[in-house]
Design a protein around this ligand. Structure first.
Ligand SMILES: [Zn+2]
Ligand SMILES: [Zn+2]
Length: 359
């Protein structure tokens, strides 16, 4: 038995060697690919790039901010004087609704096709200085409701094949403005990550007769060592196959293919888990933790999708301090994703951060 088991584990480990010590690779059943884990490397000296942590904004309202209520945006539009959430079409959208049809295929090598869609921005709060971590649960619940409305409205359109909602938090993740906001990119095609996850979940259901992420959550709750925070409706955990150092996966306890399948109590549960998780992240290195996060509902194609369980991913870049980030370079770019600290050790660090948050 592995010596890496914690006292919270109800199931014995079936690991043949101690995964805390030995280089190994782990299987990501969602994307059906491997990740290399190199736990013995964490002691190596770091002489590479460090980043200066961005200072959190102090102004509740910034007259220069293009997302604050009542302000003018670069495109000439003026924001509503909104008091909770605010959604508008991105002035610099990557996708446009009206694109002429075309396809290119030369010997299967030069292949292209028209892609259309729409991009929107969602301001989470009128307060310039807040983040999800600093917002209260009822305010986050309003954001959850906007996410649900937008996925339903956009997903019901014939010209939309997927509605990807995400948030880039912090300058390190390319967020150009500290005002709390997320984005919606709704495209005609199913994007790459979703194509992989659809195939992974379908294959698992076919082979095992149970949805992948439902079976996975059951296993994680029984073992306990990768669980970070939880409530009656949702669980946030570091997935066994995590690539980013403090990557987490947020899973509903009950069957839900889409955000719109969640009843009001479950939506409150999601708002609560987002508050718990983001404020836990902020405790890890005592900074407003940067991340990319996103929602993964089943495609809005009118099918039931029994294989698909709704979930969210958090991909934070920080590795060993507020200023040292993980780079996806070299082997990761050319061969396979790789991580140093184990997912179990990252989960332990996050649980300690969660305890600091509540005491
Ligand atoms: Zn602002
Ligand atoms: Zn996913």
């Amino acid at each position: 038995m592995s010596s890496g088991q914690t006292g919270t584990s109800a199931l014995p480990s079936t690991d043949p060697v101690d995964l805390k010590e030995q280089p190994h690779r782990r299987w990501n059943p969602l994307k059906r690919e491997w990740v290399l884990v190199s736990p013995h490397r964490t002691q190596r000296p770091w002489q590479g790039q460090t980043e200066t942590p961005a200072q959190p904004p102090v102004l509740q309202y910034d007259p220069e901010c293009y997302l604050c209520p009542g302000n003018q945006r670069a495109g000439g539009h003026t924001n509503d004087k909104y008091t909770s959430t605010f959604v508008f079409v991105n002035d610099f959208a990557a996708l446009k609704p009206d694109v002429p049809e075309f396809t290119v295929d030369q010997q299967g090598l030069l292949v292209a096709e028209a892609e259309s869609g729409t991009c929107k921005v969602i301001c989470f709060s009128p307060r310039h200085d807040l983040t999800l971590a600093k917002m209260d649960v009822p305010s986050i619940r309003k954001v959850v409701d906007v996410w649900a409305e937008q996925t339903e409205e956009l997903g019901s359109r014939d010209d939309i094949g997927y509605v990807q909602i995400f948030e880039n938090r912090g300058a390190m993740m390319g967020a150009s403005n500290p005002h709390p906001h997320g984005q919606i990119w709704a495209s005609r095609s199913l994007p790459n990550e979703l194509v992989l996850e659809l195939a992974g979940q379908k294959a698992y259901l076919e082979e095992h007769g149970t949805p992948l992420l439902s079976a996975y959550l059951e296993l994680e709750l029984a073992q306990g060592e990768r669980v970070v925070v939880q409530n009656d409706y949702f669980v946030a955990l570091v997935p066994y196959w995590a690539v980013w150092p403090f990557e987490t996966l947020v899973l509903p306890r009950h069957r839900a293919a889409r955000l719109t399948d969640l009843d009001p109590a479950a939506r409150d549960g999601l708002a609560n888990i987002l508050q718990q998780l983001t404020s836990t992240y902020d405790q890890v290195f005592n900074v407003s933790f940067p991340y990319s996060m996103g929602l993964h509902p089943a495609p809005p194609d009118g099918e039931e999708h029994p294989e698909w369980q709704f979930h969210l991913h958090f991909y934070p870049p920080l590795l060993r301090s507020a200023t040292v980030r993980k780079f996806m370079v070299g082997f990761e770019l050319l061969a396979s994703p790789q991580r140093d600290i184990t997912p179990e050790s990252a989960a332990e660090t996050l649980r300690q951060a969660a305890a600091k948050r509540t005491t």
